[in-house]
Design a protein around this ligand. Structure first.
Ligand code: ATP
Length: 430
C-alpha cells in the first residue's frame, strides 16, 4: 500500500458477494481515481484485479468492484460517489454464464454450435455491461466467443453509427475494455436504427451471415457462440428489429434485462425453442443523460483518431480532390408509395445509394471509407454490404478549387475511393 502523492486514500473492506460502486466526476480536468486491491480477490465487470496494481479511471467512469470471496481495496482520490452494495444480481449473471457454458460443453460433445445469445432491454439497464461480463467469463474458461455490437448509438467496438463483430480472445482490460483488433465493421450512418430500419436489418443479416461462415470454418468460434448487444429501442420498429435479429442469428437464448412486457412479447413472438430469460438490472447502473451520451460518442470518435490513455495516435490532415472520390448517402428520403416509380418499393429507396455533391455542408461530417473495390457501376451494388476499412472527418470544403480537407488515421492516399456519409459530425478541437 503505497500512498499516491496529494491524494486522499479511502479503504473499503468488502464482504463476500458485495460490490463497491464508484463514479468519477465528468468534465474536463477532473481528478482521476486510482483503485488498488489490497487483500482477497475482486473483479471489475468480469475481469480479475491484480493485487497491488493501481488501476486508473478517468472522467465519467462508473465502476463496480465485485468480490465473490471478500476483499479490501483502496481508492485514491475523491470520487463523485462511492458506496458498498450488498444487493447485486451478480449471482444470477454468474448462473447465466454457467448455463451458457453448459450449452458450449454440450455443443462440443455433440459437434453442434454453441449458444447464440441476444441481450435486450431499454436504455440504461446495463446491457453492455452484461455482455462484457458474459464474454469475459467465457474467455476465462478458455472459450472464444464473438461480440456482436448492434448498438449504433453507443458502440463498444467502433465509432458510433456502425454495427460490428469482434472475436474475443482475452478478458476485457479492467481500465480499457476489450482489445479491439481487426473488428468487422459496417457503415450505418446514424445513432438510431430508426433513421433507416431497412438498412439496420440488412446489416444485421450481413453480420449474421459472416459470423455463420466463420463458424463453419472455425470450430472454436462456433462452440464459443456469440453475445449480441442491442439498442435500447424496444418498441415498434425497434422491437421488430430485435425479432429480425433473433431470426437472422438463429439465437438460442434471449436475455431480457428489466422489462417484463418485452419479455412476454418476445416469448410470444419467438419460436418456442428460443429460451427467453428475464433478468433484473443492477441497481448500480447509472442513467446517462442525452448530453452524457453525446459526449461519450464524441469521445469514441476522438479516440479513433487520437488514441487514448497510454496510446497516442497522430492523425494526418490532407486534401482530397472531389474528382478523386465518390461520396454516397445510403437511403433516399422516403416518398409516398403512390409517388414511387412503377415496380419500386419503399425498401429499394432505403437501401439506395444516393450520390452526394460535396458542398460546405459536408464540413465536420464523419465519412466511412468503404472497402468495396473502386470501379464503376458494377461495384456500386456491393457497397451497402461491404465492410468499412476506416473513417475520415471532413474538416474543410473549398468549392472553388473542388477540394476538401480531411482528418485521417493514415497518411494519403485514401485506400479506397468510395465514401459513405454519416449524419454524425465531429468537431476537432485539437
Ligand atoms: P445503453 O442505453 O447505452 O444501451 P446499457 O444498458 O448498455 O446502456 P451499460 O452501458 O452497460 O448500459 O451501463 C451504463 C453505465 O453504468 C456504464 O457506465 C457502466 O459502467 C455502469 N455500470 C453498470 N453496472 C454497474 C454497477 N453494478 N455499478 C456501477 N456502475 C455500473
Amino acid at each position: 500500500e503505497v500512498p499516491v502523492p496529494g491524494k486522499v486514500s479511502t479503504r473499503y473492506d468488502l464482504e463476500k458477494e458485495t460490490e463497491l460502486r464508484f463514479e468519477v466526476e465528468s468534465g474536463e480536468a477532473v481528478e482521476q481515481i486510482e483503485l488498488e486491491l489490497l487483500t482477497g480477490m475482486a473483479e471489475v465487470f468480469g475481469s480479475e484485479l491484480n493485487r497491488n496494481k493501481k488501476y486508473t479511471f478517468g472522467a465519467g467512469a462508473k465502476i463496480a468492484v465485485f468480490t465473490w470471496q471478500g476483499c479490501s481495496v483502496n481508492l485514491y482520490g475523491k470520487p463523485e460517489v462511492a458506496y458498498v452494495s450488498k444487493d447485486t444480481p451478480m449471482l444470477l449473471y454468474l448462473n447465466t454464464h454457467a448455463a451458457l457454458e453448459q450449452m458450449r460443453r454440450q455443443a462440443e460433445r455433440d459437434n453442434e454450435r454453441g449458444p447464440r445469445v441476444m441481450v435486450v432491454g431499454p436504455t440504461d439497464v446495463g446491457k453492455s455491461t452484461v455482455c462484457r461480463l458474459l464474454l469475459s467469463y467465457a474467455v476465462r474458461v478458455g472459450r472464444r466467443p464473438t461480440l456482436v455490437e448492434l448498438d449504433v448509438g453507443q458502440s463498444g467496438v467502433s465509432v458510433p453509427g456502425t454495427v460490428s463483430a469482434l472475436c474475443i480472445e482475452r478478458p476485457a482490460d479492467v481500465e480499457e475494455g476489450f482489445s479491439v483488433q481487426a473488428p468487422l465493421v459496417y457503415h450505418f450512418g446514424s445513432t438510431t436504427p430508426g433513421t433507416n430500419i431497412k438498412l439496420y436489418n440488412k446489416l444485421t443479416s450481413c453480420l449474421a451471415e459472416v459470423y455463420s461462415q466463420r463458424c463453419e470454418v472455425n470450430r472454436k468460434a462456433s462452440v464459443g457462440g456469440c453475445i449480441i448487444n442491442t439498442c435500447g429501442w424496444v418498441k415498434g420498429s425497434g422491437y421488430q428489429a430485435l425479432v429480425h435479429c433473433a431470426s437472422a442469428f438463429e439465437v438460442d437464448v434471449v436475455l431480457v434485462l428489466d422489462h417484463e412486457r418485452l419479455y412476454n412479447e418476445l416469448k410470444r413472438d419467438l419460436p418456442h425453442f428460443v429460451r427467453v430469460v428475464l433478468l433484473p438490472k443492477s441497481g448500480g447502473v447509472v442513467e446517462r443523460s442525452k448530453e452524457c451520451r453525446r459526449d461519450t460518442r464524441d469521445e469514441k470518435i476522438r479516440e479513433y483518431f487520437y488514441g487514448f490513455r497510454g496510446v497516442t495516435f497522430y492523425p494526418f490532415s490532407y486534401e482530397v480532390r472531389f474528382s478523386d472520390v465518390r461520396i454516397y448517402k445510403i437511403g433516399a428520403p422516403s416518398i409516398p408509395d403512390s409517388c414511387l416509380p412503377l415496380g419500386m418499393s419503399q425498401d429499394d429507396t432505403q437501401l439506395k445509394l444516393v450520390p452526394v455533391t460535396p458542398g460546405r455542408d459536408l464540413t465536420y461530417h464523419v465519412l466511412s471509407v468503404s472497402s468495396a473495390e473502386d470501379g464503376e457501376e458494377g461495384a456500386r451494388k456491393g457497397i451497402v454490404e461491404s465492410p468499412v476499412c476506416g473513417f475520415i472527418v471532413v474538416t474543410n470544403v473549398d468549392t472553388q478549387t473542388q477540394v476538401m480537407k480531411v482528418l485521417s488515421p493514415a497518411p494519403r492516399p485514401l485506400p479506397r475511393h468510395t465514401l459513405l456519409i454519416m449524419d454524425i459530425r465531429f468537431m476537432d478541437s485539437k
